[in-house]
Design a protein around this ligand. Structure first.
Ligand SMILES: Nc1ncnc2c1ncn2[C@@H]1O[C@H](COP(=O)(O)OP(=O)(O)OP(=O)(O)O)[C@@H](O)[C@H]1O
Length: 251
């Protein structure tokens, strides 16, 4: 569903992503692991349109999305969450979920997204959908609270609800397990698995190997901007090149 062909991103002389080619099959939860600075987040930024590739091509379901702005890529069915979610602290949890993604003027975005009807009817539709997804991630009881009361893990769940309102086919999650307490981590894993069963595909950057092993197959490994290995979680974690890349990065 997503194909990367020779994707490069240079920052000055530093090739943060150095010729990555791979394809993601639909219906999978693909993991993306690698030591700090390997280029994982930069690759996400390229796929989601936050950065323009220096070279290479990215296609989504056969459509060239290389260099498109984030809101166009989102509208094409690809959503992403951030490593450190920053909800609008003073707005309610529900209002945060109702916000249009990608810095769009909310009203105009949803008007294009939804078919016909009055503005009031459309707002009702977005609100109902937001409430549904809040319930799905277990945050309904906090809908009216300001987002500032949410813990790190709850903010991750809020982000998940927020992207699901537009029903993307492929979701990029940047470290869903980072800074999340063990009880909420189980909820996050369970919700991702449920969305996967309902047909959503995922690409997940994660350092928590338990999370990777329980959700992801296949797993892609990046090191120094390049794709180093891919396979089942068991295979890649046993791969001597992968072990060396991690040890080298911490040496
Ligand atoms: N906007 C930028 N300008 C300059 N250099 C950047 C920029 N973004 C990333 N880099 C560099 O690109 C390289 C890859 O960084 P990136 O954040 O993609 O790695 P990562 O694999 O996501 O790491 P982590 O696991 O620590 O999040 C690093 O050397 C980083 O310093």
């Amino acid at each position: 569903m997503l194909v990367l062909d020779g994707v490069v991103k240079s920052f000055g002389g530093n090739r943060a992503v150095d010729g990555v080619s791979c394809s993601l099959a639909p219906g999978r939860i693909t993991g993306l692991i690698g030591p700090n600075g390997a280029g994982k987040t930069t690759l996400f930024n390229l796929i989601a349109g936050a950065h323009r590739p220096t070279a290479g091509r990215i296609t989504l379901d056969g459509r060239d999305i290389t260099g498109l702005p984030p809101h166009r890529i989102f509208a094409a069915g690809l959503a992403r969450t951030f490593q450190i979610p920053r909800p609008f602290a003073a707005m309610s949890v529900l209002e945060n979920v109702m916000l249009a993604p990608g810095g769009q003027a909310g009203e105009a975005f949803w008007r294009n997204w939804l078919a016909g009807g009055s503005v009031a009817a459309q707002e009702r539709q977005v609100r109902e959908s937001a409430l549904h997804w809040l319930d799905f991630v277990g945050l309904s009881a906090l809908a009216a609270e300001p987002a500032r009361v949410l813990s790190g893990g709850q903010r991750k769940l809020l982000e998940l609800a927020r992207v699901m309102v537009a029903q993307p086919r492929l979701v990029l999650l940047d470290e869903p397990g980072a800074g999340v307490n063990p009880a909420l981590l189980d909820t996050i894993v369970d919700r991702i698995a449920a969305l996967h069963r309902q047909g959503t595909s995922f690409l997940i950057i994660e350092h928590n190997m338990d999370l990777v092993a329980s959700l992801c197959d296949p797993v892609l490994v990046m090191a120094q901007g390049r794709l180093l290995a891919s396979g089942t979680p068991g295979d890649v974690l046993r791969d001597p090149q992968v072990v060396e890349a991690y040890l080298g990065a911490t040496a």
